[in-house]
Design a protein around this ligand. Structure first.
Ligand code: AMP
Length: 411
């Protein structure tokens, strides 16, 4: 099957062929005809499967075919809700590439940057809007956005929106759109809450699912290093000095961990960039570009900041900390070994992470081989380290109001 067989307009096909896409990916083959027919879709697919084009191409096709009066002010006809700013920017880039030979206008709005330039673009009129939930609701409250003409609503990376606590916002956004519309929901995993969200929002949806998990696993060499927690940094430096070559993402569970590892690696003259939820949008985009342009070969990131970002040509994924949610492991390692290339995923497991390892192995349905040949082995009998609380017992559990207000997200 080629893209031509999918009944897409010649102008869109021209842009697609310039991207050197020869055949549609499985998710595209299944989703594009359904979207063109106006059917609601639940797509179970993660980044790397070509899912953005799976919804972008038919949406552009539909909008292109019904464009008749060019002079009228443009109304937003398609809304794509995305959990993170990076993903929103990436989706916008995709829409813009595929619509090069049309006069369809796309823009994105997201938090962390000034609202004014976004308002200016919106006022000029756009056909397609990609938005993160918070900024979208904010702009709507200020009467900048009119969602009355939405014909297609896409919820991308729905499970991540759930993880980030956006579900109520997403429901609110759906209610702000007209009842009569086509809705598409994409999610890498389908927890119960996403299934019920889909039941609530979609009408007689068709389910489309592609798993890259099994195909990715075939080309990814996975290993685990059992190591005491305080020795992880030394093990990381040892591996960087002796065997890890190429582009890699090092995942840490917390943003504090990301910053700490960054300091150590910089001191050791490695070229690194970092992304986590506390960085400004400008800093995150800059870091990502440095990595994409090969100015640095190491990106240190938390899950939430990194999920959904398309980074081709990743040689290695390092799980400096094992994720406590097993699905995150699959998301993380799926970033290497793409398109049949050899990839490598290595994980550090300390005594207190053994249960996470067990859950991960259960999820992927196989045992990850343990690499024993390294200088910092973990004593198999080692118990998880318990950090005793310091300070006065009278202060226990009494946080000042100021400190409660300062409470920050950990990702
Ligand atoms: P996505 O899953 O949407 O993030 O896409 C992952 C990557 O696959 C992006 O870099 C796309 O440009 C690329 N891609 C999408 N569709 C195709 C296709 N049919 N053939 C080759 N590459 C594609």
């Amino acid at each position: 099957m080629t893209f031509k067989d999918l009944s897409l307009n010649a102008k869109i096909l021209k842009a697609v062929s310039e991207q050197n896409y020869t055949t549609p990916t499985p998710i595209q083959k299944e989703t594009i005809p359904l979207v063109l027919e106006g059917i609601d879709v639940i797509g179970c697919a993660q980044t790397g499967t070509g899912k953005t084009a799976a919804f972008a191409l038919p949406i552009l096709n539909k909008i292109f075919e019904q464009q008749n009066d060019q002079k009228k002010a443009k109304k937003i006809k398609a809304l794509i809700v995305s959990p993170t700013r990076e993903l929103a920017i990436q989706i916008e880039e995709n829409f813009k590439i595929y619509s090069t030979y049309t006069n369809i206008r796309t823009t994105s709005v997201y938090g962390g940057t000034s609202m004014e330039p976004q308002i200016d673009v919106l006022k000029k009129g756009v056909d397609i809007l990609i938005a993160t939930p918070g900024r979208l609701l904010d702009l709507h409250k200020r009467d900048i956005l009119n969602l009355d003409y939405i014909e297609i609503l896409v919820l991308d990376e729905a499970d991540m929106m759930l993880d980030m606590g956006f579900i109520d916002d997403v429901k609110k956004i759906e209610r702000l759109c007209p009842t009569q519309k086509q809705s598409l929901l994409f999610s890498a995993t389908m927890p119960l809450k996403i299934e019920s969200l889909a039941n609530e929002i979609l009408t007689e949806p068709q389910k489309v699912s592609v798993s890259v998990i099994s195909s990715a696993a075939k080309t990814i060499h996975q290993e685990v290093y059992m190591v005491p927690k305080p020795k992880k940094i030394e093990l990381c430096l040892h591996l960087l000095r002796n065997e890890l070559r190429g582009n890699m993402i090092i995942f840490r569970r917390t943003k504090f961990g990301v910053d700490k590892l960054e300091t150590t690696l910089l001191k050791n003259n490695y070229k690194v960039a970092t992304i986590h939820g506390d960085k400004t949008q400008v800093a995150r985009t800059k870091a990502l570009n440095k990595f994409k342009n090969n100015d640095v070969n190491i990106l240190i990131a938390t899950d939430v900041a990194a999920r959904g970002i398309d980074i081709p040509n990743l040689d290695i994924v390092v799980n400096f900390d094992l994720p406590n949610v097993s699905e995150s492991y699959v998301h993380r390692i799926g970033r290497t070994g793409r398109a049949g290339k050899e990839g490598r995923a290595i994980s550090f497991c300390a005594a207190d992470e053994k249960s996470y390892l067990k859950d991960i192995q259960q999820l992927i349905g196989k045992l990850i081989s343990v690499e024993e040949n390294h200088p910092y082995p973990l004593d198999p009998k080692a118990k998880p380290e318990v950090h005793k609380k310091k300070g006065s017992k009278y202060k226990k559990g009494r946080k000042s109001e100021a400190s409660k207000k300062k409470k920050k997200r950990w990702y």
